[in-house]
Ligand binder design. Structure first.
Ligand SMILES: [Zn+2]
Ligand SMILES: [Zn+2]
Length: 248
């Protein structure tokens, strides 16, 4: 079995999320110690109880693009807040960010049955600033997996295998495995992320790696297994920062 190494962690929370425990500086420190080449700060969107105001996302440009040799991507884990797929940060903010995840979260949206959950996700995917879906496979929010996987791939976006799903969202494994297998069959890509809510967990994606291997996902299908692949993806997604010279 090919040994896969992840070079980036694209789903990390800081104290700005309201229920996470480490600062930006602590997160960067751990990422550098672990030899990661890139991280994405993806605090929860403003609809999350205790989440940051939209100005937090508007001001992420106060951060350097690179620190201690780690590329710092300014992102969000936005919330889908209705069946129309509305996300909780306006487009003029979303368009400034390097990475926009969306997800379904209790506290921001009531689970409403498979067809309405699916409709909400498919509508959110139509937003051009949305880059991918976090932690699909969550039994609290059942979705039509195949419809979502096909739509993500059709739109050149990415699905996440979330390391936290196996602990925080119990019962996710079956759904995650099924989704990972579909991504492979339909020629999509995945990102394997920690969903760290404390700095010590930055870069910890072992469970997600194990599941990916079980689904037959190889390194080439993993967005964050290669820095150039990640940069090319962000460029293809029209991110301002990556429209510049590739040297940056
Ligand atoms: Zn959280
Ligand atoms: Zn989440």
């Amino acid at each position: 079995m090919q040994k896969i190494k992840l070079v980036a962690d694209l789903h990390i929370h800081t104290i700005a999320s309201g229920h996470a425990y480490s600062t930006y500086a602590e997160v960067v420190q751990v990422a550098a110690q672990k030899g990661l080449q890139a991280i994405a700060l993806t605090d929860h969107g403003p609809a999350m109880p205790g989440g940051p105001h939209r100005y937090y996302f508007g001001n992420l440009f106060a951060l350097p693009e690179k620190e201690q040799n780690v590329e710092i991507l300014r992102g969000i884990e936005a919330n889908i807040i209705d069946r129309d797929g509305t996300v909780d940060l306006p487009d003029n903010y979303l368009q400034m960010l390097d990475l926009v995840w969306v997800g379904l979260h209790i506290g921001c949206l009531q689970p409403a049955g498979k067809s309405i959950n699916t409709e909400a996700v498919l509508n959110a995917l139509a937003n051009p600033y949305v880059d991918g879906i976090v932690h699909p496979g969550n039994p609290n929010f059942s979705i039509d997996d195949e419809a979502v996987v096909r739509e993500v791939i059709k739109r050149g976006k990415v699905l996440e295998i979330n390391n936290g799903s196996f602990v925080m969202r119990r019962g996710s494994k079956t759904g995650c495995l099924e989704i990972a297998r579909m991504v492979r069959r339909f020629d999509g890509i995945v990102a394997l992320n920690s969903d760290a809510h404390v700095a010590a967990n930055v870069g910890c994606s072992e469970r997600a790696l194990k599941l990916a291997a079980e689904a037959g996902i190889t390194s080439e299908l993993i967005l964050n297994a290669d820095l150039e692949r990640l940069k090319a993806f962000l460029k293809s997604r029209g991110k301002r920062r990556f429209q510049k010279n590739q040297d940056n």
